[in-house]
Design a protein around this ligand. Structure first.
Ligand code: NDP
Length: 329
């Protein structure tokens, strides 16, 4: 019995954004059809206060794989030149329970999170969406720019970040790589004003976006606030939007943007229109008018990591990539 060890370079080489968007569609449809097991994740705060350890198990019937992502989130890592997300995705076969692969989780998280937002944007944003606002300038800002360009004809990008210098650095690099007009701006409000697509990709704990700033018809991907006590959107932003989530149960337990908006009375208990999987199966309608504001509240769930990891594992096996380690009989 051998396990295939796959690095971040292997993941990046074998998981193009366009492919990953399709993989997210497959996984979320499978989940909506009841062909997956997706418990809530566990997040343990580290006793030194430097971050948390998240454990995210799941199983998919198609592709046939079970597994778990174990990931640390360490916001202080950037000062040391390290990614704030570190960990592994472990895959198991579902017939004999054999461990199949251990993959770098930072790269999978980077790509699959943006791919889920790409899927949401494809399903919900106006077809002609061309102005993009990125709030945050870290790993997810980079991958979200790629994902948004994969699904909409993005022409102009405004990026805001808590540290202006980081926004400027991001803008210079993204403009050079993409050939697009990418401009760093001083405030979140300037970034959001007039944007067709807004992606919130920060570690903010309190709102950085106010509802009244959002242009009619825009689509928002809210990605950064993954705990019930943190939020990037104020109650008005959530109240103005038709809201979709990756998983209802996760949103009800982990989405500070929604939970805190409900607690302050901005929205009712039935404000979430559905899961992305409901859009894929046709159970729920998406955008209903050009001026409607739509919101994808992203928590990130284990089936996304499994679908992405399985694809990388299969491609790596076919291509002879990775390091196979024997664990015995
Ligand atoms: P990075 O560490 O690479 O970047 C973090 C970004 O957040 C930086 O732009 C930083 O700004 C900004 N930031 C940090 N703290 C604050 C704050 N208090 N107020 C405003 N901005 C802040 O992280 P990633 O890009 O990997 O992830 C971004 C967010 O998305 C994180 O919160 C992460 O936990 C979450 N995430 C969500 C996933 C999902 O599936 N929904 C998956 C992966 C990540 P600056 O550098 O300018 O100071």
């Amino acid at each position: 019995m051998s396990v295939l060890i796959l690095s971040g370079d292997d993941v990046r080489a074998l998981l193009p954004m366009a492919t990953c968007i399709e993989l997210m569609a497959g996984a979320l449809r499978t989940l909506a059809e009841g062909e997956a097991v997706q418990p809530l994740r566990q997040a343990l705060g580290l006793t030194n206060g430097k971050g948390l350890l998240g454990v995210m198990p799941a199983q998919l019937a198609t592709p046939p794989v079970a597994g778990v992502k174990v990931i640390t989130v360490m916001p202080g890592n950037h000062a040391r030149g390290l990614d704030s997300h570190q960990g592994t995705v472990q895959l198991f076969d579902v017939d004999e329970g054999r461990p199949l692969a251990i993959l770098d989780a930072a790269s999978i998280t980077e790509i699959r999170t943006a791919a889920a937002s790409g899927l949401a944007t494809r399903l919900l944003a106006r077809d002609d969406a061309a102005e993009l606002a990125l709030l945050g300038s870290g790993v997810q800002a980079r991958s979200h720019l790629e994902a948004m360009r994969a699904v909409r004809p993005i022409r102009r990008v405004r990026v805001w970040s808590r540290t202006l210098e980081h926004a400027r650095r991001f803008a210079d690099r993204a403009a050079a790589e993409s050939g697009l007009e990418v401009v760093a701006v001083d405030s979140a409000r300037q970034a959001v004003a007039g944007a067709d697509v807004v992606c919130t990709l920060t570690g903010a704990r309190r709102p950085i976006v106010e509802g009244e700033w959002l242009a009619p018809g825009c689509h928002v991907n809210a990605v950064g606030a993954c705990t019930k006590t943190s939020r990037e959107l104020d109650g008005a932003a959530v109240a103005r939007a038709r809201v979709f989530v990756d998983r209802r149960e996760s949103a009800e337990n982990e989405a500070g943007d929604l939970i805190l908006a409900r607690d302050e009375g901005a929205i009712g208990d039935d404000h979430v229109a559905g899961e992305l999987g409901d859009l894929l199966t046709g159970r729920v309608a998406g955008r209903t008018a050009a001026e409607e504001i739509t919101l994808f509240e992203s928590l990130g769930i284990g089936v996304e990591d499994l679908a992405a990891g399985w694809h990388v594992y299969r491609r790596a096996r076919d291509a002879g990539r990775g390091i196979a380690v024997s664990l015995g009989d």
